[in-house]
Every structure is written in structure tokens, then in C-alpha cells.
Design a protein. Structure first.
Lengths: 131, 127
């Protein structure tokens, strides 16, 4: 398996971890009675700021992951793997891992800078596929 | 040009949309708020709200389009027809963005429909 595919697998597993990081405290705070309901109304007990942040970090990674998946897919399908695309993949993963504590702690402007690194790594991979 | 090129181009289009959405948010939200953890939700301008909805829609479209291309390429089922349909998808999605931002009603729905139908055709051709 190529570096890009290994990193893609790890990135998808990271999303599983992010789900747990959000769902466990969310269930504890809002109550499983609410989370298992159809959620027609807002929960009566609010979520803590940190849990809501972990939820937003989880949502944000869905967007990043879809784009990264395409970048890896395109590189693999066209057989354009290189040291550069492998490096971009690792930078993406490192940025997405760092993004979680940065969001939870409300790091400013660290969170935005880390997000930018992941965004740029994906962009460079897609551009590398086209040139 | 191949289906893979179209997929890469669409990925770049969505990245561009994210960039425009962030830059557009600056009209109503300060950089300080954007870089914060955004614990209190803030009201955004009409244009930004449209870009948010367009982005969500583009990502949903991408999550469906990418597997269709993958299926075609992996099974070696790419033809001039699949390339044309993929190109049609890309053109429809390019039109979709400014049309949504400007609030043109019927054309936006039409562009969405073309992209949706193109994706469905790709899956049928992959079978």
C-alpha cells in the first residue's frame, strides 16, 4: 500500500476517534434520552463549550476528509504518487490531528493556521495531479 | 483529459468555494471571531449564508460523484460517454455556484438537476 493510501486509512480512523471524542461527552452532558430521541427540539440541558467545539471539529473534518479522499483517489488512479504527494498526505494528517486540541482549547489563531495547513496540503496534492 | 482530471478539477472547485466562503464571511464577521472557537453563533450576511448552503450542497454532490468515478476507473469502464457525462457534471457545478450566490432561482435548480442526473448516469454506466 502506498504512503497516500496508508495516510488515508489513518485519516478515516481519525474520524472514528473524533466521533468518540464528541459523542461520549455529548451523551454525558445532554443525556442519552435526548440523543436517542428524534431530536425535534433543542436539548433542555446545554452542551459544554468544549464538547460543542469537538462537535464542530468533527463536522469540519468531514469536509476535509472528503476532499483529501479525492486528492488521494486521483493520485492513485492516475499513478502519480511521488515523495511530494506522500509528504502532503502526512502534513494533512498531522494538521488534522493537531486541529482537535487546538479547537478544544480555542487556540487563536493556532486553530486557523492548522486548518490552513491541511487545506493547503490537499490543494497541493490536487494540483500535483493536474500538472 | 480523463474522468480523473475532472475529479481533481472538481476537488479544486470545492476548495475554491471554501476559500470564497471564508473570505465572504469577513464581510459580516471579524477575523477575530473567525479565528476564535465560535462558541456563540453569529448572524451572517445573506450572501455568506448562500455560500454556506452552496458549499454544503457541493460537498454532498462530491461525496456522490467521487465514488462513481472511482467505480468507473477501477473497473476500466471509462468511455467517451462517461467522460462527456463527467464534463457535464463539472460544468453544471461550476454554473451552480455563481447562480446560487446571485440568487437566480430556476437556473440554480436546473444546474443542480443536471449535476444530479449526470452522477446517476455515471453509476448506471458503472454497473
Amino acid at each position: 500500500m502506498s504512503t497516500e493510501l496508508t495516510v488515508l486509512t489513518l485519516a478515516a480512523l481519525l474520524q472514528v476517534v473524533q466521533f468518540a471524542l464528541y459523542a461520549v461527552p455529548a451523551n454525558r452532558e445532554v443525556g442519552p434520552g435526548y440523543t436517542m430521541s428524534p431530536r425535534d427540539r433543542a436539548p433542555s440541558r446545554p452542551m459544554s463549550d468544549q464538547t460543542a467545539r469537538l462537535g464542530r471539529a468533527f463536522d469540519n473534518h468531514f469536509q476535509g476528509l472528503i476532499l483529501f479522499t479525492i486528492a488521494v483517489g486521483v493520485i492513485e488512479m492516475s499513478g502519480q504518487n511521488s515523495g511530494f504527494t506522500g509528504l502532503c498526505a502526512w502534513i494533512y494528517l498531522a494538521a488534522r490531528v493537531a486541529y482537535i486540541p487546538a479547537y478544544a482549547k480555542g487556540l487563536r489563531p493556532g486553530r486557523s493556521a492548522i486548518w490552513c495547513a491541511g487545506f493547503l496540503a490537499t490543494t497541493l496534492m490536487l494540483l500535483a495531479a493536474l500538472v | 483529459m480523463t474522468e480523473t482530471t475532472i475529479l481533481a478539477a472538481y476537488g479544486l472547485l470545492v476548495l475554491l468555494t471554501i476559500l470564497l466562503q471564508v473570505l465572504g464571511s469577513l464581510q459580516t464577521l471579524s477575523m477575530g471571531y473567525l479565528m476564535s472557537a465560535r462558541d456563540e453563533p453569529r448572524e451572517v450576511g445573506r450572501m455568506t449564508a448562500r455560500m454556506n448552503r452552496a458549499l454544503t450542497n457541493s460537498i454532498t454532490a462530491m461525496a456522490l460523484f467521487a465514488p462513481a468515478i472511482l467505480l468507473l476507473v477501477v473497473q476500466d469502464k471509462t468511455t467517451s460517454t462517461t467522460l462527456l457525462v463527467a464534463q457535464l457534471f463539472l460544468v453544471a457545478r461550476i454554473i451552480y455556484l455563481p447562480v446560487y450566490a446571485l440568487g437566480v432561482p430556476a437556473i440554480r435548480t436546473l444546474a443542480w438537476l443536471v449535476g444530479f442526473a449526470a452522477t446517476a448516469v455515471l453509476y448506471l454506466l458503472a454497473l
